[in-house]
Design a protein around this ligand. Structure first.
Ligand code: 2P0
Length: 299
């Protein structure tokens, strides 16, 4: 069984959990799915085998273990699986491939085991693999409701009924190297050690309201400003962790200054967001696509 799920980029970020085992978030978040994502094939087999982008991984590989441990939630002891994952975007470089990865895996398992689950249930199951995966069950704009229940049954994603084809996301690749600390460990350290994290839920509540206003009124400037503020606030909570977490490389900072220069001095209406990595995602409107493509080396 083969399934596809899109990667998603959060405009309002998920950063920090209230339950580490169930990936229950402290706050809600809101994302836009990309066209690209992950294709995953799952078959019954005689032994477990995990393939990533055409290479068979060893049984002790961290990716293999994470996928098979996730599958163990759903299978009997004697049910080996052959899992093939192909990412259209770089793995583990802050391009949110775990989001599409676990969403595609859950969709493939749903077919293989004949569960016939609805999307809400699949979103909850994907969340157990990776929080952001709960949002990758849908295309377009998606809100992941934090929920309040201890069992997580009200922590799932839903699509927002908004079409905005003029809105563009451009990926500026600064490094495709594996990041020094994965987002799971980084968010845990932030929650446990960053004094700035106290302010994060309030920041998200404010930004989420502004983002919905921007989406409903198609106010691109409000969308861009809110997404950029939210991403920088998330990175500020990380920077205040002990030890500090800073995903930015010198070129990340240079690109941020370039964006501000273009926006403030040259009138190009362009904003950015960033995830747990050094890369930058540009937010702009379709009418500026040619200008942006000339100014940036988009992946
Ligand atoms: C997001 N990120 O909202 C945020 C912004 C990274 C920065 O969701 O531990 O791989 O598997 O639930 O989903 C990346 O974290 O973390 C992420 P887990 P996940 O997209």
């Amino acid at each position: 069984m083969t399934a596809f799920a899109p990667a998603n980029i959060a405009l309002i970020k998920y950063w920090g959990k209230r339950n580490n085992e169930l990936n229950l978030p402290v706050t809600s978040s809101l994302s836009l799915s990309l066209d690209k994502g992950t294709h995953t094939t799952v078959k019954f087999a005689t032994e477990d085998a995990v393939w990533l982008n055409g290479n068979r991984l060893g049984p002790d590989d961290a990716f293999t273990k994470r996928l098979l441990t996730f599958c163990d939630r759903f299978r009997d002891k004697n049910c080996p699986l052959h899992i093939e994952t192909v990412n259209e975007i770089p793995t583990a470089a802050g391009f949110a491939s775990s989001s599409s990865g676990f969403a595609a895996l859950v969709l493939a398992l749903n077919e293989l085991f004949g569960w016939n689950h609805d999307r809400k249930t699949l979103s909850i199951l994907a969340r157990l693999g990776s929080g952001s995966a709960s949002r990758s069950l849908y295309s377009g704009f998606v809100e992941w409701h934090a929920g309040v229940r201890d069992d997580g049954l009200d922590s799932y994603s839903e699509p927002l009924n908004i079409e905005w084809p003029e809105l563009q996301i451009g990926l500026v690749m600064i490094s495709d190297k594996q990041k020094p600390i994965d987002s799971r460990m980084a968010m845990r350290r932030t929650v446990e050690t960053s004094t700035l994290y106290k302010a994060w839920p309030e920041q998200v509540a404010k930004d989420l309201a502004l983002m919905k206003e921007a989406l409903n009124s198609k106010n691109f400037t409000l969308l861009g400003q809110t997404a950029e503020t939210n991403a920088l606030a998330m990175h500020a909570t990380m920077a205040a962790s002990v030890p500090s977490i800073l995903y930015w490389q010198p070129e990340t900072v240079a690109t941020m200054h370039k964006i501000w220069q273009l926006r403030n001095k040259e009138g190009l209406n362009i904003y950015f967001t960033m995830d747990a990595g050094p890369n930058i995602k540009l937010l702009y409107e379709k009418k500026d696509s040619a200008a942006v493509a000339e100014l940036f080396n988009l992946a």
